[in-house]
Design a protein around this ligand. Structure first.
Ligand code: GLP
Length: 243
């Protein structure tokens, strides 16, 4: 197994530029690449950079397809705070298509299983980009998620709901459940890029990279993938013992 790559850069612009290099690189190598993308604050500058590069012709993703890695359950595609609204607002990049689970699906469990099946049938993700939650989650695989966890409906933790309170207008508006690709679906991607910035993520980054593989820290399961790159700013890398 190849060792995991750890890249440490200074500042948000450098993080965004490097992430954009990797995403554009995947689409350059394979124009019709399937790419999993996260929401959150971390990738915002990256998505802005991709928009600029696509507009200038420096990056061509027009044949690549995006799959959102998670969504809330029990809302509509127009509910502020949902990932559906997030991607419409922030991912203004001319991909061939951006597929997002439907937060209003009548049978959410069946819906997210079919979503993951569609990715498998299309050949699987060539690149999956991830952020990590303050509690170590990846997509909405909250602590307690096994390495074999499939795509499913999950109950969101208090920490995750609080992190989205502002986007939904109030904590009470944040859905109790999420739809997520499972840890197993994320690990099935051919390559993984994990982004983290800020000192608030430092202890989780250390636990994920240097700690034991455990369901308590779902991002620690990434240690068993053969092609994972951690892209960190100095603060997020601040607690790593090996640099
Ligand atoms: C959200 C998403 C994750 C994301 C994480 C980190 O809850 N479900 O996919 O990676 O939180 O968000 P941020 O980048 O804002 O810290």
């Amino acid at each position: 197994m190849a060792p995991m790559q750890i890249e440490i850069v200074s500042g948000e612009a450098a993080l965004a530029a490097r992430a954009a290099d990797i995403i554009c690189g995947a689409a350059h190598t394979k124009p019709d690449a399937l790419i999993g993308l996260p929401t959150g604050n971390t990738p915002l500058a990256t998505y802005a950079e991709l928009t600029r590069r696509a507009a200038s012709g420096a990056c061509d993703v027009r044949a690549a397809t995006v799959y959102a890695i998670d969504e809330f359950a029990g809302a509509t595609r127009a509910t502020p705070g949902t990932n559906s609204v997030f991607y419409r607002q922030h991912l203004r990049v001319p991909f061939r298509a951006v597929h997002i689970p439907n937060p209003g699906a009548g049978d959410p469990g069946e819906h997210i299983r079919a979503f993951a099946d569609a990715i498998r049938r299309a050949g699987g993700l060539d690149l999956c980009v991830l952020g990590i939650g303050v509690n170590g989650h990846i997509a909405f695989n909250e602590p307690g998620s096994a390495a074999a966890a499939p795509a499913r409906v999950v109950e969101l933790t208090a920490a995750s709901r609080e992190a989205h309170a502002e986007a939904f207008g109030a904590l009470a508006n944040v859905p109790a459940h999420g739809l997520t690709l499972g840890v197993a679906d994320l690990l099935a991607a051919k390559a993984i890029l994990v982004m983290a910035q800020g000192g608030g993520k430092a202890s989780m980054v250390r636990a994920a990279i240097e700690g034991p593989q455990t369901a308590d820290v779902p991002s620690s399961w990434l240690q068993r993938h053969h092609d994972v790159t951690w892209l960190l700013d100095e603060a997020a890398a601040g607690q790593l013992s090996r640099r």
